[in-house]
Design a protein around this ligand. Structure first.
Ligand code: SF4
Length: 101
Protein backbone atom coordinates (compact mmCIF):
# COMPACT_ATOMS: atom_id res chain seq x y z
CA UNK A 1 0.00 0.00 0.00
CA UNK A 2 1.32 3.41 -0.85
CA UNK A 3 0.57 7.08 -0.40
CA UNK A 4 -1.99 8.42 -2.84
CA UNK A 5 -0.31 11.84 -2.93
CA UNK A 6 3.10 10.36 -3.77
CA UNK A 7 1.53 8.12 -6.42
CA UNK A 8 0.80 11.24 -8.50
CA UNK A 9 4.50 11.53 -9.26
CA UNK A 10 5.79 8.02 -8.55
CA UNK A 11 4.93 5.07 -10.78
CA UNK A 12 5.99 2.64 -8.05
CA UNK A 13 9.10 1.38 -9.80
CA UNK A 14 11.18 1.22 -6.60
CA UNK A 15 8.60 -0.91 -4.80
CA UNK A 16 8.06 -3.24 -7.74
CA UNK A 17 11.76 -3.68 -8.50
CA UNK A 18 12.47 -4.48 -4.86
CA UNK A 19 9.80 -7.17 -4.89
CA UNK A 20 10.87 -8.61 -8.23
CA UNK A 21 14.48 -8.77 -7.09
CA UNK A 22 13.64 -9.82 -3.52
CA UNK A 23 15.66 -7.03 -1.99
CA UNK A 24 15.37 -4.78 1.06
CA UNK A 25 12.00 -5.45 2.78
CA UNK A 26 11.21 -8.30 0.38
CA UNK A 27 14.48 -10.19 0.84
CA UNK A 28 12.99 -13.00 2.94
CA UNK A 29 10.40 -14.08 0.37
CA UNK A 30 11.14 -17.09 -1.81
CA UNK A 31 10.39 -17.22 -5.52
CA UNK A 32 6.91 -18.66 -4.91
CA UNK A 33 5.72 -15.46 -3.22
CA UNK A 34 3.27 -13.48 -5.33
CA UNK A 35 2.34 -9.84 -5.26
CA UNK A 36 -1.44 -9.94 -5.68
CA UNK A 37 -2.25 -6.25 -5.29
CA UNK A 38 -0.59 -2.83 -5.51
CA UNK A 39 -2.73 0.09 -4.44
CA UNK A 40 -2.86 3.50 -2.79
CA UNK A 41 -4.58 4.45 0.44
CA UNK A 42 -7.12 6.42 -1.60
CA UNK A 43 -6.02 9.79 -0.27
CA UNK A 44 -6.25 11.32 3.19
CA UNK A 45 -7.43 10.02 5.47
CA UNK A 46 -6.70 6.63 3.98
CA UNK A 47 -10.30 6.37 2.88
CA UNK A 48 -9.92 3.19 0.82
CA UNK A 49 -7.92 1.22 3.35
CA UNK A 50 -10.76 -0.44 5.25
CA UNK A 51 -12.60 -1.53 2.10
CA UNK A 52 -9.47 -2.79 0.37
CA UNK A 53 -8.32 -4.74 3.42
CA UNK A 54 -11.75 -6.37 3.53
CA UNK A 55 -11.45 -7.27 -0.13
CA UNK A 56 -7.91 -8.62 0.29
CA UNK A 57 -9.04 -10.92 3.09
CA UNK A 58 -11.23 -12.71 0.57
CA UNK A 59 -8.08 -13.38 -1.44
CA UNK A 60 -6.31 -14.68 1.66
CA UNK A 61 -3.55 -12.10 1.64
CA UNK A 62 -0.73 -12.93 4.09
CA UNK A 63 1.20 -9.67 4.34
CA UNK A 64 0.71 -6.00 3.55
CA UNK A 65 3.76 -3.74 3.16
CA UNK A 66 3.39 -0.02 3.75
CA UNK A 67 5.54 1.69 1.16
CA UNK A 68 8.74 3.37 2.19
CA UNK A 69 7.40 6.73 0.94
CA UNK A 70 4.82 6.71 3.71
CA UNK A 71 7.61 6.77 6.27
CA UNK A 72 10.52 8.73 4.84
CA UNK A 73 11.62 12.19 5.95
CA UNK A 74 11.78 13.61 2.42
CA UNK A 75 8.07 12.93 1.79
CA UNK A 76 5.09 14.56 3.49
CA UNK A 77 4.52 12.93 6.85
CA UNK A 78 1.39 10.79 6.83
CA UNK A 79 -0.91 12.08 9.58
CA UNK A 80 -3.04 8.93 9.41
CA UNK A 81 -0.43 6.20 9.48
CA UNK A 82 -1.33 4.88 12.93
CA UNK A 83 -4.95 4.47 11.95
CA UNK A 84 -3.96 2.77 8.68
CA UNK A 85 -1.68 0.38 10.57
CA UNK A 86 -4.45 -0.44 13.04
CA UNK A 87 -6.89 -1.23 10.25
CA UNK A 88 -4.46 -3.79 8.84
CA UNK A 89 -3.43 -5.42 12.11
CA UNK A 90 -7.03 -5.53 13.39
CA UNK A 91 -7.78 -7.67 10.35
CA UNK A 92 -5.04 -10.08 11.52
CA UNK A 93 -2.90 -9.40 8.48
CA UNK A 94 0.86 -9.23 9.00
CA UNK A 95 2.17 -5.71 8.48
CA UNK A 96 5.66 -4.83 7.24
CA UNK A 97 6.79 -1.23 7.47
CA UNK A 98 8.68 -0.60 4.24
CA UNK A 99 9.35 -1.66 0.68
CA UNK A 100 12.56 -0.45 -0.95
CA UNK A 101 14.28 2.04 1.41
S1 SF4 B 1 -3.43 9.19 4.33
FE1 SF4 B 1 -1.20 9.21 4.45
S2 SF4 B 1 -0.58 7.76 2.89
FE2 SF4 B 1 -2.67 8.36 2.40
S3 SF4 B 1 -2.56 10.14 1.01
FE3 SF4 B 1 -2.69 10.93 3.08
S4 SF4 B 1 -0.53 11.24 3.66
FE4 SF4 B 1 -0.53 9.80 1.91
Amino acid sequence: MRCDIVSETCPGVGCLKAFNRRTVYFRDYDQNAEMIAFFTCGGCSGRRVHRLVKSLLKHRVDVIHLSSCMQMDNYPECPHIEEIKRTITNANIKLVMGTHH
